[in-house]
Design a protein around this ligand. Structure first.
Ligand SMILES: Cc1cc2nc3c(=O)[nH]c(=O)nc-3n(C[C@H](O)[C@H](O)[C@H](O)COP(=O)(O)OP(=O)(O)OC[C@H]3O[C@@H](n4cnc5c(N)ncnc54)[C@H](O)[C@@H]3O)c2cc1C
Length: 261
């Protein structure tokens, strides 16, 4: 089975994050990494390969700036077999629709039976690219899986909602997104890190995919971020001191003022 995992290179959330004047995320000069939520998708792909114990191959695919090959490399260190990095200056500033277009055209060029994604990127957090990808490819889309199982040409997922759990079944090829409930992602071992150095990574441009540069980028975006502002710093909490039994009353008063009770 050929498994393609879409992974996004995102700014490191532990570092200083800023926006450009055009309200896009500043990705230049900031540390980036493989989106943590996509590590769960890589893990599920590797587990699937291990369970099948055949000649299955895991290919990681990213669309992103030059540094995005670091995200591919990390997935290869975890155990993926090969990588594809779609890189083209025209892609900068693309919205979800354009990103899904580029991903879909790249997926079409690969051997694949199943396409795995994370539930959302840790920067944009739109959570829509997998659904758009399934639509563009014309494949069933089974999103937000907390468990997944492949049996022949059928994939079954568990989807946990607020009020109900839904079991969804689809026929392969399909696009799946997985949540952080699927299980911890493995750390790259020393052996994995060394082995990754020899694994192939291809770089494709828009022309390799036959995608017109006018279909992507900020100017082609269907949605625009109109403004961003820094969140105000947290204010100190209110400390209730129990003074001769008055603490409970003060707490009730506070909760009532916030309409919690
Ligand atoms: C500050 C800011 C400014 C923005 N400006 C604009 C704008 O002006 N116009 C506009 O239309 N949009 C804008 N966006 C939206 C941004 O372009 C989207 O975040 C992005 O295109 C795709 O959505 P996402 O990263 O939230 O992906 P999600 O839908 O959250 O991603 C889900 C999954 O899809 C896969 N995936 C997503 N992206 C990639 C990728 N590049 N490579 C490989 N796999 C991927 C991963 O598996 C990921 O886990 C802006 C966002 C921010 C935060």
């Amino acid at each position: 089975m050929n498994i393609v995992v879409c992974v996004k290179y995102v700014p490191d959330a532990t570092g200083e994050r800023r926006f450009e004047d055009d309200n896009t995320v500043d990705r230049v000069g900031v540390d980036g990494l493989l989106s943590e939520l996509d590590e769960y998708a890589v893990e599920q792909a590797l587990q699937l390969k291990e369970k099948l114990a055949d000649d299955s191959e895991v290919t990681v695919l990213t669309v992103g700036p030059e540094g995005a090959s670091d995200a591919v490399r990390k997935a290869l260190q975890m155990g993926a077999d090969k990588g594809i990095h779609v890189s083209d200056d025209a892609i900068a500033g693309s919205d979800s629709l354009a990103t899904s277009l580029v991903l879909a055209e790249a997926v079409k060029k690969t051997e694949h039976d199943i396409v795995l994604c994370g539930m959302a990127s840790t920067d944009g957090v739109m959570g829509v690219v997998p659904a758009m990808l399934s639509e563009r490819l014309g494949y069933p889309g089974a999103t937000f899986a907390s468990e997944l199982e492949v049996d022949g040409d059928t994939v079954k997922i568990r989807r946990d909602g607020d009020a109900a759990t839904v079991m969804v079944e689809a026929t392969l090829p399909a696009v799946l997104s997985v949540t952080d409930q699927t299980g911890e992602a493995r750390y790259p071992s020393f052996k994995g890190i060394m082995a990754a150095k020899k694994k192939p990574v291809e770089t494709w441009s828009l022309s390799d995919l036959g995608v017109d540069a006018e279909m992507v980028g900020l100017s082609a975006a269907w949605s625009t971020v109109e403004g961003t502002e820094e969140r105000p710093p947290r204010t100190a909490g209110e400390i209730v001191t129990d003074d001769g039994g008055s603490g409970a009353e003060a707490l009730v008063g506070f909760l009532a003022s916030k309409k919690f009770i």
